[in-house]
Design a protein around this ligand. Structure first.
Ligand SMILES: Nc1ncnc2c1ncn2[C@@H]1O[C@H](COP(=O)(O)OP(=O)(O)OP(=O)(O)O)[C@@H](O)[C@H]1O
Ligand SMILES: [Mg+2]
Length: 355
């Protein structure tokens, strides 16, 4: 029926114990409800990603016109850019139901068989984190995607028999933050890959303005730009910063979010003009003040800031690299001229990015 089986997992570790980072691109446990209310519900409402939106619009309207189920769709991109949102929109635009599961939930082929055999014709099956699907389930999925049929193995050992099972035509919408981890055969079975990109500040400003409207809080345009420009190109972070700024404005201000309130709140929450938080700045500080700008290995940086090397490498570093502050070299990490200046220091000769 219309019930949704939701098993969302958080790879980024944002929901786990320990310190919460306001700029974590993964979902924090407490904000799931807020995320639901802020999700755009149609392609028209979806902000940004013009290429993906345009291409999906063609695919979905073409399928609708011909009365067939559209090709399987892979939604690929970093956390918080709208993959789950887009999967929901796909079902919405097709006027069908969305059935949700995730790679880690499909441990055995039987888990997938149960899911597939419950589909109704035209349904959209959403598999989140598809790169984490177990091998036997993946192999069953190949046949399901291609021929809308699976072989269910009944029994064990020499007496086991395989029973073919027809499944109604469906569209698989799968999401992944690690498309490189998908096997070739799986990747080949998607008719279309939507590559979600980081958002421009203008788009995030629209995201913030729209979300403020839904939350019923007044926001000045320059405050929306301020929040957007500190959100690391990620709508989830933009919405989170907006909610924190709103809380601040309610307690300390008139309730209206103006530029002053936005800046003051973001100081309290430790998110600077570039969208760096305390941990990011600690890493830069260790790299520049502690190691003269590098090159230095991730292990030493992690040790200096008291974090696990995996966290530094997977959580901090990607954004520092994307923001042009850290360069990866064969001999280790190097601070760019931008990073030196960000800490209020004069970059030395030879710092990357210095002309
Ligand atoms: N284009 C957009 N316009 C407005 N809001 C958006 C947009 N994209 C995402 N959001 C908001 O950002 C939040 C996160 O989006 P979503 O959950 O779809 O990301 P995701 O790519 O699935 O992330 P993850 O990889 O962590 O699963 C949603 O709650 C939604 O409100
Ligand atoms: Mg998601």
């Amino acid at each position: 029926m219309g019930d949704i089986e939701s098993t969302e997992f958080n790879l980024a570790g944002g929901g786990g114990a320990g310190r919460e980072r306001p700029v974590d691109p993964g979902p924090l446990e407490a904000e799931r409800a807020a995320e639901v209310t802020l999700r755009p519900k149609s392609l028209d409402e979806f902000i940004g990603q013009p290429k993906v939106r345009g291409q999906l619009d063609l695919i979905l309207s073409g399928a609708r016109r011909r009365g067939v189920t559209p090709d399987h769709i892979l939604l690929s991109g970093p956390p918080g850019l709208g993959k789950t949102t887009m999967a929901m929109i796909i079902a919405q635009e097709l006027g069908t139901s969305l059935r949700m599961t995730s790679g880690p939930a499909l441990e055995r082929a039987g888990d997938l068989a149960a899911m597939l055999s419950n589909l109704m014709e035209g349904d959209v099956l959403f598999i989140d984190e598809i790169h984490r699907i177990a091998r036997p389930a993946e192999e069953m999925l190949y046949m399901a995607m291609e021929d809308f049929r699976i072989d269910v193995i009944v029994g064990k050992g020499p007496g086991a028999t395989s029973i073919p099972l027809e499944i109604p035509p469906f569209t698989l919408a799968a999401a992944t933050t690690r498309s490189g981890m998908l096997t070739g055969p799986l990747r080949d079975r998607f008719g279309y890959t939507a590559q979600m990109e980081y958002y421009e500040v203008e788009d995030l400003t629209e995201v913030v303005t729209r979300a403020a409207g839904i939350l019923g809080v007044a926001i000045d345009p320059d405050a929306a730009v301020e929040i957007a420009s500190r959100s690391r190109g990620t709508p989830r972070i933009a919405n989170r910063l907006l909610r924190r700024v709103r809380d601040f404005a309610e307690v300390h201000g008139s309730g209206v979010i103006d530029l002053g309130a936005a800046r003051a709140a973001l100081i309290v929450f430790d998110v600077d003009e570039m969208g760096l938080d305390r941990l990011d700045r600690a890493v830069l500080d260790a790299l520049i003040r502690g190691h003269g700008g590098g090159p230095v290995g991730v292990g030493s940086l992690a040790l200096a800031v008291g974090e696990d090397p995996g966290t530094v490498e997977e959580v901090c570093e990607p954004y520092l690299v994307r923001a042009g502050m850290v360069a990866r070299t064969a001999r280790g990490r190097v601070a760019t001229a931008t990073a030196w200046r960000h800490l209020g220091l004069e970059p030395p000769e030879g710092a990357p990015g210095l002309f």
